[in-house]
Write a protein that binds this ligand. Structure first.
Ligand SMILES: [Zn+2]
Ligand SMILES: [Zn+2]
Ligand SMILES: [Zn+2]
Length: 315
């Protein structure tokens, strides 16, 4: 088994080699295999690291990923060497087939409480520079099990894309004395899909994916850990609403990237939702040049459509 960081000297990027992950099970509806994420299947996964309301009758449950990308047992030796870090799965419901966007408010609250607990536990560990929470839903989004879940990784360095975002944030702050994201609600007010007291959802004109939607706090918050109780509720409500709209109008495969501040740095938290309808090919893979075939205005028109129109757009 190989579990290590390697650096590509030609592109100056780190790659995780995790050969074990090739063996992870695929559990989707048409297959008869038992789902390891269901309530009652706990013995099929590593031991519980956190559960709510309790480990016996849980509604949200976490455990170390059985096919990890990173290992807390290793030591960080730089960008080449053992893949030090951590990797957990957050099962967001005990019910197989229950969809994130249909969760009751009490369930959404438990899910966010769990995200925050695992984020905080991982961020406080020595040698961790970045904790990254993400959610893959559907095969085209890379999920291997259809049962709703998220994943969280702790890394000893800030990965390329997140570092680029954090550096751009610093640059704007230095040059203008303002936070780019604090100004975004004003500069992008024509592209707002919906909002509540403390958050807004926007389709940015620089989206990388057709139908991409961001959920951003109105107040400056570096990470999810800075939300108060009202913001917790507003965030999950708007996030679930956006997922529902994307599911109904863009297709059933999506990724959510939760962008929190890297350790010890300022940033403005946001969640980016990517509908996975396009396939990255020659330009994206070989040249890093992204082609988006849907403008933010067209995406907004689709996401705002209701009733029968929505149905027609589902593939
Ligand atoms: Zn299940
Ligand atoms: Zn801000
Ligand atoms: Zn981001």
């Amino acid at each position: 088994m190989v579990l290590e960081f390697r650096e590509d000297p030609t592109k100056k990027v780190s790659i995780i080699f995790s050969t074990e992950r090739a063996h992870r099970p695929q559990v989707f509806g048409e297959e008869k295999q038992k789902c390891p994420f269901c309530r009652g299947s706990e013995s099929m996964t590593p031991p519980t690291t956190f559960a709510r309301p309790n480990a016996f009758d849980w509604k949200v449950r976490c455990f170390r990923n059985a096919f990890p990308l990173l290992s807390p047992r290793e030591e960080f030796k730089g960008l080449v060497g053992p893949a030090f870090g951590d990797h957990e799965v957050i099962v967001e419901t005990g019910e197989h087939g229950a969809l994130f966007q249909d969760f009751q408010p009490a369930q959404l609250a438990l899910v966010l409480e769990t995200y925050k607990n695992r984020f905080s536990a991982m961020a406080s560990r020595e040698g961790i520079a970045c904790v990254y929470l993400f959610k893959n839903h559907g095969r085209a989004a890379g999920a291997s099990i259809e049962h709703e879940h998220a994943q969280i990784v702790a890394l000893p360095f800030v990965p390329e894309l997140l570092e680029r975002e954090a550096a751009a944030f610093d640059e704007v702050s230095r040059a203008s004395g303002k936070c780019f994201y604090c100004s975004l609600a004003e500069t992008e007010k024509e592209n707002i899909l919906d909002e509540n007291q403390s958050f807004y959802a926007v389709c940015p004109p620089f989206a990388r994916f057709p139908g991409e939607t961001w959920v951003i706090p109105k107040m400056h918050r570096a990470s999810m850990l800075d939300f108060d109780a009202e913001e917790d509720r507003d965030f999950m409500n708007l996030l679930a609403f956006c997922v529902k709209k994307i599911y109904e109008t863009q297709g059933h495969d999506y990724v959510i990237a939760f962008h929190n501040a890297p350790a010890g740095r300022d940033f403005h938290f946001h969640a980016e939702i990517y509908p996975r309808t396009n396939t990255w090919a020659g330009l994206e893979l070989g040249a890093g040049l992204i082609v988006n075939t849907k403008s933010e205005k067209d995406a907004l028109k689709e996401l705002k459509a209701d009733g029968e129109e929505e149905e027609l757009l589902v593939q």
